[in-house]
Design a protein around this ligand. Structure first.
Ligand SMILES: Cc1cc2nc3c(=O)[nH]c(=O)nc-3n(C[C@H](O)[C@H](O)[C@H](O)COP(=O)(O)OP(=O)(O)OC[C@H]3O[C@@H](n4cnc5c(N)ncnc54)[C@H](O)[C@@H]3O)c2cc1C
Length: 317
């Protein structure tokens, strides 16, 4: 089975969601006697990829690919797919993927199963995907290949990717026949205070159990002492206590940090879908029956208003 994975770059660095999806590609390779080829539009990312177990890295260099531009990206990917003839084309389910990959799928008439959260590798391959805001998990199979897949952030662990050594094949591409009718604006720049939580290693997340806005500074202090970032459930954002970009969940961000500390949150499904890929989950809640405890690696039953100051004290000592 031939697999082609697209690795997105963000400011000359590998996008972490793309990299995690490489683990999915490697799992299929191992079990289905496959080959994995990576393609990227950035030379330094291509060089960085050579340390992984890949059959080859393809890099396209052209000024039209320097910044996100869907029609040029599609053209480059179309060329790659026609050359390699993969059975599967894999993407991380990033914001860019959501924009250009459905168009790629339509252009090449290849089905696209988007936003998958896992794979079951049996005689057949089954692709796991959530439906109805995470209330139902469904297995999808296909009757024919090729197929395009994208994986949600946190579905696979980047630290489990097999290393190896591969070579880079750099090539140019003729874009003369691209009639570019889509001109993206300047890349959206988050304000200095905004943080891309999808890249955070440590997240201290606060829920309604914090009681009032005046109690938030202790959460900020705890996050700061742990070298982490503050996130929240939706009621905190709805109350206007934190900006919307802090919200984790089905209508917020999807994150997969090494450590997720949930403070005074019940564990509603709409929240959990956004953080269940976290590697270590600490839940602190005064209700021992809070559903969030089912997901916890470390569970603490107690009052966060007493526990947070004690954690800060310990970190200070
Ligand atoms: C369409 C839709 C989309 C949604 N999208 C999102 C989303 O993206 N993200 C999201 O988070 N939610 C989302 N929600 C809301 C979601 O359903 C829940 O209402 C929300 O996640 C609950 O937030 P919470 O856990 O902070 O509050 P609650 O459910 O009220 O839980 C508070 C918890 O704090 C505990 N607690 C109280 N005081 C203390 C204390 N002093 N010490 C310790 N524990 C204490 C309580 O025991 C309780 O378990 C969405 C809802 C809908 C309908």
């Amino acid at each position: 089975m031939k697999i082609l994975i697209y690795i997105e770059d963000n400011d000359n660095k590998i996008n972490s969601n793309s990299l995690e999806s490489l683990k999915a590609a490697q799992d299929i390779k191992t079990n289905k006697n496959g080959e994995v080829y990576a393609v990227t539009f950035n030379d330094s990312v291509a060089n960085e990829l050579t340390k992984y177990d890949l059959d080859r890295v393809y890099s396209f260099k052209d000024s039209n690919l320097d910044d996100y531009s869907p029609l040029f990206f599609i053209k480059a990917m179309e060329k790659m797919i026609k050359e390699i003839k993969p059975d599967m084309i894999i993407f991380g389910h990033t914001y860019q993927t959501r924009d250009w990959v459905p168009r790629l799928s339509a252009r090449l008439d290849i089905p696209f199963i988007s936003d998958c959260t896992g794979i079951k590798i049996e005689d057949d391959l089954k692709f796991i995907r959530q439906l109805y805001q995470g209330k139902v998990t469904a297995d999808f199979t296909v009757s024919s290949f090729p197929l395009i897949l994208s994986f949600q952030s946190g579905s696979f662990r980047a630290d489990q990717i097999s290393n190896g050594s591969s070579e880079v094949d750099s090539s140019n591409i003729d874009f003369n026949d691209v009639v570019n009718t889509i001109h993206p604006d300047e890349k959206f720049q988050e304000s200095e205070s905004e943080v891309d939580l999808t890249q955070a290693d440590v997240i201290v997340s606060v829920g309604r159990g914090i009681g009032k806005e005046d109690n938030l500074p202790m959460v900020n202090e705890l996050a700061e002492k742990l070298g982490g970032n503050v996130a929240s459930s939706r009621p905190i954002v709805d109350s206007g206590w934190l900006e919307p970009y802090h919200q984790i969940g089905s209508s917020g961000q999807t994150v997969s940090p090494k450590l997720y500390i949930a403070l005074g949150m019940s564990g509603a499904i709409q929240h959990v879908v956004g953080m269940k890929g976290s590697q270590n989950i600490v839940v602190i809640n005064k209700d021992s029956n809070a559903p969030f405890f089912e997901l916890a690696d470390y569970a603490v039953v107690g009052d966060i208003l007493e526990i947070i100051p004690k954690m800060i004290e310990v970190l200070d000592s």
